[in-house]
Design a protein around this ligand. Structure first.
Ligand code: MN
Length: 276
């Protein structure tokens, strides 16, 4: 196996891409829910058995944009990867990388990573796929941007979100923030890193769409929206349509994994608002 993949040049900024976009939250191997969500959005998905390839056409010349964390914990991470890779290849989707995608990449590159938090499932699922497929996954993951700036800077998609002054910046530090979000450097009682609430202070012009931290429902705050509604934890899979801000959701078919963090609810982020 080639363990030194050369990174292709990719653009973080795609100003000419104006949408419409269907931005999709953390999938985590929930293949059936993803197919249902895409079909509800108007995508047509066919399967070419000869080429082992999904053929996808999008509605209204729109594109899907995945916020990352395609894999781990769920029942079918390899087919999620195949579908998203085929969609990106057929130019009906973009995808930014999430912390789980990055860890899978490091595992495939032979780095020393801890095989847990659902990666053990992805690893086992990938064992029934051939080396050609695993190489394709490696190449795909190695070339994912850490965030995207779309529609002349009006829309930013990053797995854990990103503060305004870093939009479009390409450094290791920015990449880490996109993947993990800002943390205090401390751990909570469960040993999880304490995350900082960057969106609370956001006052940028661009809409920032992100995932990473499961929320009970998609929550708008200060021009940012978290659309990780925890499908793999028995919640739902959410898409935000841009620019018209329509939310489409598909309810999870199972609780595939127990949530390590309790889902954040609207009231926690907007304590002054009356319950809806
Ligand atoms: Mn996630």
């Amino acid at each position: 196996m080639n363990n030194n993949i050369e990174q292709e040049f990719y653009n973080l900024e795609l100003p000419e891409e104006r949408g419409p976009f269907h931005i999709i939250g953390d999938v985590h191997g929930c293949f059936e829910e993803l197919v249902e969500l895409l079909e509800n959005l108007g995508y047509q998905i066919a399967f070419d058995k000869d080429e082992v390839k999904y053929l996808v056409s999008s509605p209204d010349s729109g594109k899907a944009v995945f916020v990352g964390d395609l894999v781990d914990r769920g029942p079918n991470s390899p087919e999620v990867l195949r579908l998203v890779m085929d969609m990106v290849e057929q130019k009906v989707a973009y995808c930014v990388t999430g912390n789980h995608d990055d860890k899978l990449l490091r595992m495939l590159l032979g780095r020393n990573v801890q095989i847990r938090h659902g990666l053990e499932l992805t690893k086992a699922q990938l064992e029934s796929y051939d080396a050609v497929f695993r190489e394709r996954v490696k190449y795909f993951l190695a070339n994912l941007p850490h965030h995207l700036v779309l529609d002349e800077g009006r829309l930013v998609v990053a797995h854990a979100g990103l503060e305004e002054r870093l939009h479009g910046r390409n450094t290791k530090g920015v990449r880490n923030l996109c993947l993990y979000g800002p943390t205090t450097g401390e751990s909570d009682e469960k040993g999880l890193p304490v995350r900082l609430d960057w969106a609370a202070d956001y006052c940028g012009k661009a809409i920032v769409v992100y995932g990473h931290t499961p929320v009970h429902e998609p929550i708008w705050r200060n021009n940012t929206i978290n659309i990780d509604t925890g499908c793999v934890f028995g919640g739902s899979l959410t898409a935000l349509t841009y620019p018209d801000h329509v939310i489409t959701t598909v309810v999870s078919r199972h609780t595939y994994a127990e949530s390590v963090r309790p889902f954040i609810r609207y009231q926690q982020l907007h304590p002054q608002a009356s319950p809806s």
